[in-house]
Every structure is written in C-alpha cells, then in structure tokens.
Design a binder for this molecule. Structure first.
Ligand code: FMN
Length: 366
C-alpha cells in the first residue's frame, strides 16, 4: 500500500492516513445552530469510510454577522459546543481525527438568526448570485463596511470559538480564509476598498487575517494544530486573482506562519492549475515552497491522481470533497481496489442537506 495510506504525523497529532474530508457545508444543524444526531452520523460515516482526518463544514463564530446560512452550525454557546462534543467523540471512536472550520461569512451572507445586516470590508457585494442549494435568497445585500469595533468583535468571535473548539475536544482548528468569506474578502481587491490600516497594500489587506490567526493561537496555546484555508477564487468568482501574484501569495503564507499558523490548506478547482497573474505555479506549489508550515491541499483529487499528488507534495494531507460526497468510504474503497463513483449533484438538490442526500441514496440504492 502506498505511503499515503500510512499514518502520518501532522503537527502535534498522529493521523491514520493522509486523506482528509474537505469542509462541506450541509445546512443540517438545528435552527439555532446546534449540531445534531444527523450530523453525528454523517461525520462518523466519513471516519468509518477511512478518512484519517475529518474537517467540519464552515461553523459560525459569533452572535453578530458571522452566520451566513440558515441551519448552519455555530460553536458559540453551550448547546452548540455539546453538539460538537458528541460528533468529536463519534469520529474519535471510529479512529479518525477531526478539525473544526471556523467561518465568518462577511458579505457572502444569505441568512442569519442574529441580524439582517451583513458586514464586510467595504460596501461591496459578491459577484454573481447567492447559492441556491444553501437557501432561497435571490440577491445579495449590500454589506455595511466594518468599523474598528466590528473588526475587534469578529476577531474576538474567532478567539472564543477556538477556545470552545478545544473544549469540545477537536484535534485542531482550520480558520476559513478562502472562497470569498470574510477573511478572504479582506485579502481581495474586489471586496476590500478600505483606506485605513486594513485596506490598500497587501500588508494592510493581510492585517485582519494575521490578527485572527494570532488571536486563535493565543486562545488555544502552543502544541495545538491551527491553520488557515486559503484561496484566491471565491464561490461566485472562481477565477479571481490577487494582483500581487505568486509573490503575494507566498507573502500571505509566510505571514500566517509568523502569526502562529501550523498549516495552510490551499484550495482551487484543480490542485495543479497554474493560477497566478504571472508565472506557472499552482497555489499548492507556492505554499509548499514556504519553510516551516505544513500543507493540506484540495482541488479535484480523485482515484486517478491521488498518488501523483501525494508524491508531488510529500507529507501534505490531501483533502477530498466531491469524491467523498459520492463515496463516503472513498479511502476504504481505494484500499480495497473497489470502484469509485462520480458525484451526482442531484444528491444536493434542492438543498445541500444531509436529509436530501439520504433520500437520494434511498432512491438510488440498487
Ligand atoms: C456541498 C459543498 C459544500 C461546501 N462547503 C464548504 C465549506 O463549508 N467550507 C469550505 O472551505 N469549502 C466548502 N466547499 C468546498 C470544498 O471543501 C472543496 O474545496 C471543493 O469541493 C473542491 O474540492 P473537490 O474537487 O475535492 O470537490 C464545499 C463544497 C461543496 C460541494
């Protein structure tokens, strides 16, 4: 068996193999954001299916504007923490590790039980339309430009949620800095039109990201895995590129490392896509060249290319999304040499809920 199936030391934890379940929002929590038994079965299923590391869906971090979707889980109150604790225990009992993804929606805001007003770096809406499989909203709302007080409250939310995650027993924390959510918006010249310390130059656009990483690190202490997911593109603008190119992305990786991140998780439509305003490197290859930080990589990893990707990025964890949805036992299937199915997006219709997935599985059972 290839070494991708061997246990691997990832920061301070031992993972049973180098496959991770990519974070995937399923809008299946209780209306008050409490993770429930359905979610516990769901996440345990991926652990039983062989994924050495499970990364949860984006989980909101405060009772202000961080929630982006109805039925999204949070990690801000006792009931939510208890719900996650059950999930953590179930995944551990199945032999896998689990990280929580902490997410602030920013301008990519479709539903929130605490406020109707989205916030973002500037009064700029995302491109395109809201995501139909997360809710019925037809148009984005204009976000309010965050004040310094809003920024400090958002940082505080990440820090408190990190403390809660550690208390719930999670093995590590992934901060969501990708895909057009709040932290990615600050990095983006589409969203960020600020003329204060948080806008303009890359160093200024990086400031909030760095402050969040530092605050999370401070909250959980040393020897606890903390990292950040990074992309250029967003869910509605997958080809957005940083004007600073490869050098800019390298700078972001170095800055989060220096702020206390142990790993970055790069995500793109394809792990090997050359994808900068200049040069021919992928996100993953730029990040891999930075010393002193570990890597999770994502983007179209499947049964045909995983070995090449694993060889190209020794020690990196490979995060799998769509192939995992189609095959919750993807890793076990690889081990057994069994057939791997392609995703049928009907399983996420009309909404990307676990209930709809189970109904689809019932209808499509042989
Ligand atoms: C239904 C669905 C929900 C997703 N939710 C999240 C999320 O909560 N957080 C995140 O960082 N990425 C999310 N993603 C993106 C995936 O983590 C992954 O980056 C993407 O599917 C590409 O990887 P793949 O080619 O292996 O599928 C989601 C993707 C899908 C299909």
């Amino acid at each position: 068996m290839s070494d991708v199936m061997q246990s691997n030391k990832f920061q301070s934890i031992e993972v049973p193999n180098r496959f991770a379940l990519a974070p995937m929002t399923r809008t299946s929590a209780e209306p008050d954001g409490t993770p429930n038994a359905l979610m516990a079965d769901h996440y345990e299923g991926y652990a039983r299916g062989g994924f050495g590391l499970v990364i949860t869906e984006g989980t909101y971090t405060d009772d202000k504007a961080s929630q982006g979707y109805a039925y999204q889980p949070g990690i801000i109150d006792d009931a939510q923490v208890a719900g996650w604790q059950t999930i953590v225990n179930r995944v551990h009992a199945a032999g896998s590790k689990i990280f929580v993804q902490l997410m602030h929606a920013g301008a990519q805001f479709q539903a929130n039980r605490y406020t109707n007003q989205p916030v973002g770096p500037s009064e700029v809406m995302p491109k395109g339309a809201p995501l139909g499989f997360y809710g019925d909203q037809e148009a984005w709302q204009t976000p309010a430009a965050m004040t310094e007080a809003d920024i400090h409250a958002a940082i505080d939310g990440f820090a408190k949620s990190a403390t809660n995650a550690k208390a719930a027993g999670f093995d590590g924390i992934e901060i969501h800095g990708a895909n057009g959510y709040l932290l990615n918006q600050f990095l983006s010249t589409h969203f960020n039109k600020r003329d204060d310390n948080y806008g303009g130059s890359l160093e200024n656009r990086l400031r909030l990201v760095v402050e969040v990483v530092r605050a999370v690190r401070k909250a959980v202490g040393d020897n606890y895995p903390v990292g950040i997911r990074l992309s250029q593109g967003t869910v509605t603008d997958p080809d957005y590129q940083l004007p600073e190119g490869e050098a800019g992305f390298r700078r972001i990786v170095e800055a989060v490392r220096d702020a206390g991140a142990d790993f970055v998780h790069t995500t793109d439509g394809d792990v090997n896509r050359p994808y900068f305003v200049e040069g021919n490197q992928s996100l993953a290859s730029v990040a891999a060249a930075v010393d002193g930080i570990e890597l999770i990589i994502n983007g179209n990893i499947d049964e045909t290319n995983y070995q090449d990707v694993a060889n190209q990025f020794p020690n990196a964890i490979l995060a799998v999304g769509k192939k995992a949805l189609a095959n919750p036992d993807f890793v076990q299937r690889l081990k057994d040499g069994k057939e791997i199915a392609d995703i049928d997006f009907a399983m996420l219709q009309p909404k990307a809920t676990i209930t709809n997935e189970l109904a689809w599985r019932g209808q499509n059972a042989a």
